[in-house]
Write a protein that binds this ligand. Structure first.
Ligand code: NAD
Length: 354
């Protein structure tokens, strides 16, 4: 089998990680790129030394040489592009979140089912972090026992990037759909993907984007406009699963607190673990409480390594060597959770999925 020929759609910030991943994979070759921003598409094609660049992704999909695509566009186009790519015979790696709504997620799932020889991988890159892979091995070997509770926080003090991130129409929401998706998925995946039973959540718009703050810099999207912001600035939720397990989460783009924070912990009846900010496992042996720190390269999520692992896995799946560990169903369950939190907040009641 020759190299897997790849097209990359959407050429902003995160596409750089995908492109680097493919360039460092000897079984992959990028042969086309697309972005609605023509200048960006042209420049990227030049950089990659390829001639095929498009402003309309549908033209890229017509290229029969392409086996697989990476979708790195804004959230509002993930579903449409994924469905079109599947219909065009391509395998798909789409950035998180899978899409904006449960309806869209179900439509993508239907398209995946229609083409059983193809697959779609959701860009849950944190599943590919060394800390996650190592902890998963301990969990699979029963070291934590039954995981009945998990807790995740991803808090930014001053971190609304503006641009499309702050525009609900293009993003589907703020920190919940942007940051929450990562940490909720990480817990859910390591808990063994239990079926969600109910969600109770709150989304707040109290501080806005804090564009008034002076003497403190933060990441801004290319088209940052301080006046435009329609997303929540923080959210929290309690998620219950059918097996009785629960997950508590809170996230923010803006919050009056001391510093940015990421913490993800799991609690089982035989042991517990912190994944972030740094992997550590807590057990009991000989009636002694024991804290263990694995000796591994990356105790915290390493962006570059995580993306390389994700892309390498995607390519192996394309070659038929592995089955994706982040299938479309996992995107659908996540969209139920995320949109459930927004609905719960709006209606001020628990949303049940029975
Ligand atoms: N996995 C991660 O850690 C991670 C991190 C950042 C962003 N993301 C995800 O990646 C996606 C892109 O985010 P970003 O930060 O790169 O945004 P970005 O704005 O930097 O880049 C998006 C690019 O997509 C292009 N685009 C938008 N709609 C398009 C369409 N219909 N057809 C072709 N091109 C289109 C835009 O012109 C832009 O160049 C989002 O879904 C985001 O959630 C994931």
């Amino acid at each position: 089998m020759g190299k897997i020929k790849v097209g990359v759609i959407g050429l902003g910030s995160i596409s750089k990680q995908h492109i680097q991943g493919y360039l460092h994979n000897q079984d992959a070759e990028i042969i086309a790129v697309a972005d609605i921003n023509e200048e960006r598409a042209k420049q990227k094609a030049e950089e990659l030394n390829i001639t095929d660049y498009y402003t309309d992704y549908r033209e890229l999909l017509q290229n029969n040489e392409i086996d697989a695509v990476s979708i790195c566009t804004w959230n509002n186009s993930h579903a449409e592009i994924a469905i079109a790519a599947l219909h065009a015979g391509k395998n798909v790696l789409t950035e998180k979140p899978l899409c904006k709504t449960v309806e869209e997620a179900l439509a993508v799932e239907e398209a995946v089912k229609k083409f059983p020889d193809q697959f779609l991988q959701v860009g849950y890159v944190r599943r590919f972090g060394t800390n996650t892979q190592v902890l998963k091995r301990f969990i699979d070997n029963g070291e934590l026992g039954e995981i009945y509770y998990a807790k995740a926080s991803c808090l930014r003090v001053l971190g609304n990037p503006g641009g499309w991130f702050a525009d609900t129409d293009r993003s589907g929401g703020g920190p919940l759909i942007d940051l929450g998706v990562h940490v909720i998925d990480l817990c859910w995946y390591l808990m063994g993907k239990p079926k969600v039973k109910s969600v109770s959540g709150n989304a707040y718009q109290k501080l806005g984007n804090r564009s008034n703050v002076e003497f403190k810099s933060f990441y801004k999207a290319a088209d940052y406009n301080a006046e435009q912001n329609t997303v929540e600035d923080s959210a929290n939720a309690l998620i219950r699963f059918e097996n009785g397990a629960s997950l508590m989460v809170d996230v923010s783009f803006a919050l009056h607190t001391k510093k940015n924070e990421i913490s993800v912990s799991l609690y089982g009846d035989k042991g517990g673990a912190d994944i972030e900010p740094s992997l550590e496992i807590f057990t009991e042996k000989n009636n002694i409480m024991l804290n263990s720190t694995p000796q591994i390269d990356h105790l915290s999520f390493n962006f570059q390594k995580g993306f390389q692992n994700e892309i390498d896995h995607f390519i192996r799946c394309n070659k038929g060597e592995e089955k994706t560990i982040a299938p479309v169903e996992d995107g659908v369950e996540m969209m139920k959770i995320l949109t459930g939190v927004y609905q719960s907040s709006q209606e001020q009641k628990e949303i049940r999925f029975d």
